[in-house]
Design a protein around this ligand. Sequence first.
Ligand SMILES: C[S@@+](CC[C@H](N)C(=O)[O-])C[C@H]1O[C@@H](n2cnc3c(N)ncnc32)[C@H](O)[C@@H]1O
Length: 381
Amino acid sequence: MGAMGDRNSPGRRTSPAPSPPSAAPKSQSPAASPPAEEAETSTAPAGILPAEYWIQQGLEESHNDNDSTFEDTVSSTASLSESILQYRTLHGRTYHSDKVTDNQYWTPNDEKQKESMDIIHHMIMLVLDGRLFRAPLRDDIQKVIDVGTGTGMWAIDFADQFPTADVTGTDISPIQPSWVPPNLRFEIDDATKEWTYPANTFDFIHSRYMFGSIGDWAGFYREAYRCCKPGGWVESFEPSAVMESDDGSLYERSPMDQWGKVFVEAGRKLGRPFDVPQQDLQRKGMEEAGFVNVDIWDFKCPLSGWPKDRKLNEIGMYSQLAIEQDIEGYVLFMWGQVMGWSSEQIGVYIAHFRRQLRDYNVHAYVRMRSVFAQKPYTDAR
Ligand SMILES: C[S@@+](CC[C@H](N)C(=O)[O-])C[C@H]1O[C@@H](n2cnc3c(N)ncnc32)[C@H](O)[C@@H]1O
């Protein structure tokens, strides 16, 4: 391979993940200490509390919410054809069209959710110190694809940064803006089906936040391998839905503990995992497909503004903002359609969850994993 561009030189192999402080101040908030009385209900599979539990708990007023106000932004949509705009609706929220895929994607595709996606893009840029990727790409890179591009923010920024590259963003929802760099186009394509691109097309295949969207990660990377040029790179950035703390401040049976458990169980039911880093699915899928030179970087992403460290605090604030922007959008389908909770049960759970999220005595984080790898120049298999 020729000279490597160094503008995005990767933080090599599993850099130390920032750890939350070990000593947690004692919490004053009802949300940060286990409920005095456990509900008279048994737990469902995998430690999941029954939906009724949250209604039985009641919701006392919290006095230590760290409320933040954030500005709204508006994005425009690109219309591609009529059928892909026939959105499904659920409790007033719109979801991608059934005409595009039989693979029910779990978040809405409306403005509320799109704003959350855009905030997450900004947050990940902070996590990666302003870089869009970690793979050692050449400056004269040609063909690039962002699979599951969402609002297309990553693809837009990449196309701006590499004006001579030809960038494609794909998704099952036509929610991308129409004013984009001239070297970028968006296409509707279901990444869980056989990809519509010929073999050896792309120099770089990027995907991000596809947890809960993909059942067969090995199959996903087989397609990526086929469509990647020899010597080209694949990169994946995935969070886990499992919320944790290192100091016990996020205790079992609390709303944030349940968040991960319900997502993992609902994902198991759907056949699309939400704990991708824990299952090491990116690395396994890439290696199984034949990619080599695998590089892994792990990060513990704070979920609110609790960290004292300035950078982590900022990341945590954006993380909290992204979640609070659309808690309902994140749980409606998985809790309601997959787990069978009623609207009331979901609503009450969300109120408990939000209160705990705002309690900075709870030092919660989710694991994130970035993995990149290279397609060999010659396929030795
Ligand atoms: C959480 S969003 C992430 C968007 C973007 N990658 C980012 O990081 O900002 C996941 C996106 O994947 C898309 N998606 C879900 N299933 C898909 C599939 N089978 N094929 C293509 N895109 C899919 C969704 O429509 C959604 O826009």
